[in-house]
Design a protein around this ligand. Structure first.
Ligand code: PEP
Ligand code: MN
Length: 357
């Protein structure tokens, strides 16, 4: 046998010996994990890791540099920590790996989001008056809809723009809910709003601007109603999933995610609808996913094909804004459908919906 082949053979023997030792180490690490769990101590112990690395560096005779030894063992420690975690700790609560069946969100009026049938959430951008909301509500009931949206607390870009009717707006929505049996979806912007809005709202909305408001997310987690969480203006899908995790980790699993477009350099639409977020969120989480075609496109002329695309890629429903007279709307006047435009949109999207049941 040539010298090279002999050396290679020895290297392979050493590989196998290292592998055996790693396997033995892994088994012991798992046992340590069980002991730690019994004792209620943290799995990750940085002080202990540091001690072990210092000792190894002291014993290091080369030829590897101390830093190389440190990096190699850090990888081994990381793998051991992963082994010590339970299945629950390895995955997020919202992950489909932890719960493979779909989360289905229901409302008292029989509304179902995330079930076999795709749904719609329509309604004005802002609640402006009882009559304004009622005109939309009547139209929705004629169409057999179960939900209505409308903002009472509006996070506006300019402090001089209409900020919403506040509690008065919520009271209007409650009247509509009582009269028309539509489940009400409305945004809250302050952790104290959950308790205050509880009598009036069926599904709390957390808007794009508050997706990173962790105190609001935690309070949403402590509430006992479903939460519709919108993607932040420049949030990655991972950040959106973590925002949902905040709600779930605080105790509320009734979460609906809403893709509403993100900010990019593209100016042809108000935001860029990230259509691929829909199947990614459906694969990665067990939560229902809606697509808001109003705030993503900002363009009534393309809302219908975009809504169809959303259903085609697996969204559980579509959200869009409808106003009896958008020309006088106090917010988003340019992109809310009037009732005639809405009829045309609805006829087509309802056909599309049936295709994807
Ligand atoms: C809304 O849906 O009323 C709204 C303000 O949307 P976003 O938070 O997505 O901008
Ligand atoms: Mn709006």
């Amino acid at each position: 046998m040539s010298e090279l082949n002999q050396l290679r053979e020895r290297i392979e023997e050493i590989n196998i010996a290292i592998l055996d030792l790693l396997s033995e180490r892994g088994e012991i690490a798992k046992q340590i994990g069980l002991e730690k769990r019994k004792a209620g101590t943290m799995i990750y112990d940085p002080m202990r890791e540091k001690e072990m690395i210092n000792k190894l560096q002291d014993l290091n005779k080369g030829p590897y540099d101390d830093n190389v030894i440190k990096q190699l063992f850090k990888e081994i420690f990381k793998a051991s920590t992963e082994l010590q975690k339970s299945e629950n700790e390895k995955h997020l609560y919202v992950s489909r790996k932890l719960k493979s069946d779909d989360t289905i969100v229901t409302t008292a009026n029989g509304g179902v989001i995330g079930g076999d049938e795709k749904i719609f959430v329509f309604g004005p951008c802002s609640v402006e008056s009882y009559e304004q909301v009622e005109q939309v509500a009547e139209n929705l009931v004629e169409k057999g809809q179960k939900f209505i949206r409308g903002g009472a607390f509006k996070p506006r870009t300019s402090p001089y723009d209409f900020q919403g009717l506040g509690v008065e707006g919520l009271k209007i929505l409650k009247e509509i809910n009582k009269k028309y049996d539509l489940a009400v979806i409305s945004e809250v912007v302050d952790p104290h709003h959950f308790e205050m809005a509880d009598p009036y709202i069926d599904i709390y909305q957390i808007g794009a601007r508050n997706m990173h408001n962790f105190e609001l997310l935690k309070e949403a987690g402590r509430s006992n109603k479903p939460v519709l969480l919108k993607r932040g203006l420049s949030a990655t899908i991972e950040e959106l999933i973590y925002a949902a995790e905040y709600i779930h980790a605080s105790g509320n699993s009734n979460i609906i995610i809403c893709e509403r477009g993100i900010r990019t350099y593209e100016k042809a639409t108000r935001n860029t609808l990230d259509i691929s977020a829909v199947p990614i969120l459906k694969q990665g989480t067990h939560l229902p996913v809606l697509v808001d075609v109003t705030h993503s496109t900002g363009r009534k002329d393309i809302m219908l094909p975009v809504a169809k695309a959303a259903l085609a890629v697996g969204a559980d429903g579509v959200m869009a804004e409808v106003h009896p007279d958008p020309s006088v709307a106090l917010s988003d006047a340019g992109q809310q459908m009037d009732l005639n435009e809405f009829d045309l949109f609805y006829k087509e999207i309802e056909q599309a919906r049936k295709l994807y049941r």
